[in-house]
Ligand binder design. Structure first.
Ligand code: AVI
Length: 327
């Protein structure tokens, strides 16, 4: 890398840290206190999430894997209904463990496409790029690190081909319901008529099955939440005593919201950079929502944001749906 790219990267990393600090400060001033789960994914957070995906309780990955492994031809025929070249853009690609089956299939079919994974984590993107260059050396790939809409805009500047957007793993569930609507509306605005989106939604089901997926007995999900406090300590010069917080999970079968909290086990003060926050004993810090949906919810979200619901593919137990909407 040249001196100017190194300087540019240092500048970007400084700006990211500044945003992170502003978000943490603002969140801890709110009532209830709040930390945004998009910051879970530093290097250790990525590895904990990989562990979560491999847990027997975390059924989501296996459900969507079932769809990607066993209904690949169906997925390909929906996204290739129009036989024109396309950009396959994956929002929050992670290690692409599911979409890799689709990529393989499309390559075998000799489909004309470029794969553009977008992720907030530069760490996971470099892992992904290495994995794909080994596994699918002929794949045309362009990794984009950053926020979804910034990178979607960048993707549009790089090419004018038809877009197929993948947003898998019920990542959409990590938004509050009103943000889900706002997000889908914004997504539609960034697409052209005929573009396709494929979104994975985790469906409402037996409540304990859902709760257990986020409250595993080995404490991996707890460590995943608590890791954000370690990250804040390291990156924002903070002094959380991590042992003084406990993970607490809830699931409301009416609204479909599964929410995680960290509970302060004692009254305490925490410094984050130049600001001090006061925690009461048993005060919750709201960390994350993992929203569960009905099929009716997904149709409503599509039509209210200007998409045409087109096709649904579910796993064999009907616990998870990948919906296809056209712009
Ligand atoms: C990334 N996201 C879809 C996960 C979920 O299921 O909400 C994040 C997660 N949080 C705890 N376990 C998994």
């Amino acid at each position: 890398a040249t001196t100017s790219t190194i300087e540019k990267n240092i500048e970007i990393s400084k700006q990211n840290t500044e945003h992170f600090k502003e978000d943490v400060h603002a969140g801890l001033r709110q009532s209830p206190k709040y930390l945004n789960s998009k910051y879970f994914y530093d290097q250790y957070g990525d590895s904990l999430f990989q562990k979560i995906m491999a847990m027997p309780e975390y059924y989501l990955t296996r459900c969507e894997m079932d769809i990607f492994k066993n209904q690949t031809a169906e997925i390909a025929s929906v996204i290739r209904a129009e036989q024109t070249p396309f950009d396959l853009i994956e929002l929050g690609a992670g290690d692409a463990s599911k979409s890799i089956h689709l990529l393989e299939y499309l390559k075998k079919q000799d489909a004309d496409f470029r794969y553009m994974p977008i992720d907030i984590s530069g760490n996971i993107l470099s892992v992904l790029e290495k994995k794909l260059s080994k596994h699918l050396p002929d794949l045309d790939i362009e990794c984009l690190q950053g926020e979804y809409f910034d990178m979607l805009y960048k993707a549009s500047q790089l090419s004018t081909r038809r877009k197929v957007i993948l947003f898998l793993g019920s990542n959409i569930g990590n938004m509050e319901m009103e943000d889900v609507y706002r997000f889908c509306f914004e997504l539609r605005k960034n697409l052209n008529k005929g573009d396709v989106v494929m979104i994975g939604f985790d469906l409402k089901k037996e409540p304990n099955t859902i709760l257990n997926a986020y409250n595993d007995s080995n404490g991996v999900t707890a460590a995943f939440n608590l890791n954000l406090l370690h990250r804040i300590n390291r990156e924002l010069d903070a002094d959380f005593i991590v042992d003084q917080f406990e993970h607490y999970e809830t699931y409301d079968p009416v609204s479909g919201a599964c929410r995680s909290y960290l509970i302060s086990l004692q009254e305490q003060q925490v410094n984050v950079g130049d600001q001090t926050f006061h925690f009461l004993e048993n005060e919750p810090v709201y960390m994350e929502v993992s929203q569960k949906f009905s099929l009716e919810d997904t149709r409503k979200i599509a039509s209210q944001s200007g998409f045409e619901p087109h096709y649904n593919i579910m796993d064999s137990r009907e616990w998870f749906v990948d919906t296809f909407w056209t712009a």
